[in-house]
Design a binder for this molecule. Structure first.
Ligand SMILES: [Zn+2]
Length: 216
């Protein structure tokens, strides 16, 4: 079973990926992780990527392509994979298809986590972190007992810089602009399963699981 999972920032992609990986024997493939690993191990591609990162530039598509093609040449991937955080654009989707075709593989299902922007805004702008113990709160859905203070250790809660409304709106509009064509690309192949991503973690995972059970 080869899966892709797609979802806006804050839609719960990370949490759902973890749950899928816990319940199904799939290899987790994340371009971000692979990139960091290649840089850490100073592989030839990693060194090239590092030059761009040092200059604060985006790592070019060819380098991402090489990293993915390299990852798919390892045989553990034959057990099936969950691809997370990629493709982000239609070009990348086409590129991924050609890499997979060369390996005699294909995507079986694309899970698209659907959630209203309004709810995402509440999830993200309401998020508060405890810098001391790492506990996460949400002023709308999971507030601390005392405003601005961690229930567990009493430290002053903080808001991550990226979690403000302006930067979220930019991220969301970028996301929709790039991802809509990706979804349409896979819809034309009848691979997309839309999952309502509002509600509790178990509820949302239950929806995903019933789709995956139908695939196995
Ligand atoms: Zn704390």
């Amino acid at each position: 079973m080869n899966l892709l999972i797609i979802g806006a920032p804050g839609a719960g992609k990370g949490t759902m990926s973890e749950l899928i990986l816990k319940n199904y024997h799939l290899v987790h493939v994340s371009t971000g992780d692979m990139l960091r690993e290649a840089v850490r191990n100073s592989t030839p591609v990693g060194l090239k990527a590092q030059e761009y990162m040092n200059r604060g530039e985006l790592v070019p598509e060819e380098i991402i392509h090489d990293i993915i093609a390299d990852r798919f040449s390892h045989s553990d991937i034959d057990a099936g994979f969950l691809f997370d955080g990629y493709p982000r654009t239609r070009n990348q989707a086409e590129d991924l298809d050609s890499i997979l075709k060369d390996m005699g593989k294909k995507i079986d299902c694309v899970i698209n986590l659907n959630i209203d922007d309004e709810e995402l805004i509440k999830r993200i702008t309401g998020r508060r972190l405890c810098p001391a113990c790492g506990e996460i709160y949400n002023v709308y859905s999971n507030p601390p007992k005392e405003e601005g203070k961690c229930d567990k250790c009493g430290a002053e809660l903080i808001q991550r810089k990226d979690d403000n409304l302006d930067s979220l709106k930019v991220r969301l509009s970028e996301y929709h602009k790039n991802t809509q064509p990706v979804i349409e690309y896979y819809e034309a192949m009848d691979l997309v399963r839309h999952v309502e991503a509002s509600g509790g973690i178990e509820e949302v995972y239950g929806r995903i699981n019933s789709i995956l059970e139908g695939l196995c």
